[in-house]
Write a protein that binds this ligand. Structure first.
Ligand SMILES: NC(=O)c1ccc[n+]([C@@H]2O[C@H](COP(=O)([O-])OP(=O)(O)OC[C@H]3O[C@@H](n4cnc5c(N)ncnc54)[C@H](OP(=O)(O)O)[C@@H]3O)[C@@H](O)[C@H]2O)c1
Length: 375
């Protein structure tokens, strides 16, 4: 498992040097990097929605993973245009997305609401840029690959146009299911998610923080539009997305639809209840998975231990199991509580926790960008 909590900076913000090995170049709103990074090509990159919960983590991960940049531009709405975001020890000025010129950008990572991506991602694509989109706007389009690199990264060979990132709960759940699918042949999943407030972006984080302050101080605060339909502190809310005529939410249906596309399993089916919980960061998914073949916990453990992007955390005697607190800021998703389902020889019960701001969004996007620039 690779975990990053403390960054080693080459020099403080005033000095403006890039962190980590080999990159010691002064920044001035644009990032200049030295030539040559092995097989990695230097890239002109844009982060769109750079002031949001996901966009900030994209910037963080570009630093942590030493992404090779020659130029970085950051965009958001007119509300934040002109403000600064911090990157590799320097402040970058946020540009207004309206009227943005993408002609000099090679890769744009979009971290905006669906409607904003729907409008501007095609503009970026038509300017010759490869777009990696974190919104739901293009995920189910036939000509748009929906990619988790560990599962269907082969789709990234010779890509252009728009590449979609999956829904956060889908990504985290599939990270646990995919190694088991390869071993036993996945058919269907029943389960529940436990989704952090930051899954709703900055407004979700703000609501839990505000309700916590109000609870501690007893003083009510002014609020704008709440992120959730009910209070989230000391509560769980079984409602994420819009309800359909069958009583499922849009979030719940994404797991099945996106799961089918990513795993190339047209008959995969799922029934989830997606639940918002008062956790700041990292989603968890409890799943009962049904397979074509007979299963065993030992073989499931072996498959999960060998899987890329997964940490097996399954030693109940030692109190070891996946949790949001330990999954936060980890590149890997944690999988544990793997056990047989009484009465079924072809089913496993498992619990997965993963940082939805990382593997459910920003990390997956940066991994895609890394694949695109590696020769
Ligand atoms: N949060 C998660 O865990 C997660 C996981 C997977 C996917 N996603 C998806 O990722 C996207 C971003 O989510 P988030 O959680 O980061 O949301 P967020 O915290 O609300 O941030 C939204 C970002 O989009 C920008 N934006 C909003 N309206 C805009 C406009 N009209 N023009 C230009 N920029 C605009 C905002 O800029 P301002 O600061 O100017 O408002 C901000 O930078 C969404 O599609 C979301 O569904 C989120």
């Amino acid at each position: 498992m690779l975990r990053v909590r403390h960054l080693g900076w080459g020099k403080g913000p005033g000095g403006g040097f890039l962190p980590f090995s080999g990159l010691f170049c002064r920044l001035s709103g644009v990032v200049h990097s030295p030539e040559g990074q092995g097989r990695i090509a230097m890239t002109k990159l844009a982060v769109v929605g750079a002031t949001g919960a996901v966009g900030r983590e994209v910037l963080n991960l570009l630093t942590i993973r030493n992404f090779p940049l020659t130029e970085l531009r950051v965009f958001a709405s007119s509300r934040s245009a002109g403000s600064n975001v911090h990157f590799r020890g320097n402040d970058l000025i946020v540009e207004d997305l309206a009227g943005a010129d993408f002609s000099t950008v090679e890769i744009a990572i979009f971290d905006t609401p669906d409607d904003v991506a729907a409008k501007y991602a095609p503009i970026a694509r038509d300017a010759g840029c490869i777009v990696i989109d974190n919104s739901a706007a293009f995920r189910m389009d036939d000509d748009v690959p929906l990619v988790i690199p560990e599962i269907n990264g082969r789709l990234l060979e010779k890509r252009s146009g728009i590449i979609a990132n999956p829904n956060c709960t889908t990504a985290i759940g599939l990270m646990g299911l995919w190694p088991l699918h390869k071993e036993f042949g996945l058919e269907r999943v029943f389960g529940s998610s436990y989704q952090a407030v930051s899954g709703a972006g900055e407004s979700g984080i703000a609501q839990l923080n505000r309700e916590t302050r109000e609870y501690v101080t007893g003083v009510a605060e002014e609020i704008g539009v709440p992120a959730f339909p009910h209070p989230i502190l000391r509560n769980v809310i079984p409602h994420i997305g819009r309800f359909d005529a069958n009583g499922n939410t849009s979030e719940e249906m994404k797991f099945e639809r996106e799961g089918r596309k990513i795993m190339n399993l047209p008959h995969f089916s799922s029934s989830l209840t997606c639940v918002r919980v008062p956790v700041m960061r990292s989603h968890s998914v409890d799943m009962i998975a049904f397979f074509e073949k007979r299963v065993s916990v030992r073989r499931a453990h072996d498959a999960l231990r060998e899987a890329s992007g997964v940490t097996l955390k399954d030693d109940t005697a030692k109190g070891l199991y996946p949790m949001p607190l330990t999954a936060t800021e980890s590149f890997d998703c944690e999988v544990g509580r793997v056990r047989m389902v009484p009465g079924f020889q072809k089913a496993l019960h498992l619990f997965v926790s993963g940082d939805q701001l990382w593997k459910g969004a920003a990390l997956n996007a940066v991994q895609i960008a890394e694949r695109l620039v590696s020769g």
